[in-house]
Design a protein. Structure first.
Length: 95
């Protein structure tokens, strides 16, 4: 099993509408990209979140499946408009 975790700090001037689009678009990745076994995303409620306001996790069978997801055109398209909006932190590991 391979776990991909991600956390976002929003760049200045990101609107609530843009944040909601991020939630919506990432929510449907499981239906658009093969290999995602499970996923969960949401807006952070922890007082220790260090300004990371959004996060999630995805499960894959193995690292190769994760790498295929990472290179998938749908994921790459998401990154083109998402990366300018965020300061991301990722944590990927095998279990």
């Amino acid at each position: 099993m391979f776990i991909h975790m991600f956390f976002f700090r929003w760049k200045p001037d990101v609107s609530e509408q843009q944040k909601q689009r991020v939630f919506t678009e990432i929510s449907v990745l499981k239906d658009q990209i093969p290999g995602i076994l499970d996923s969960a995303i949401g807006f952070n409620t922890s007082p220790r979140g260090q300004d990371y306001e959004f996060g999630g996790m995805m499960k894959f069978a193995d690292r190769a499946t994760f790498e295929a997801y990472n290179a998938h055109p749908v994921h790459q398209q998401l990154l083109t408009w998402l990366l300018p909006l965020i300061d991301p932190l990722e944590n990927d590991f095998e279990v």
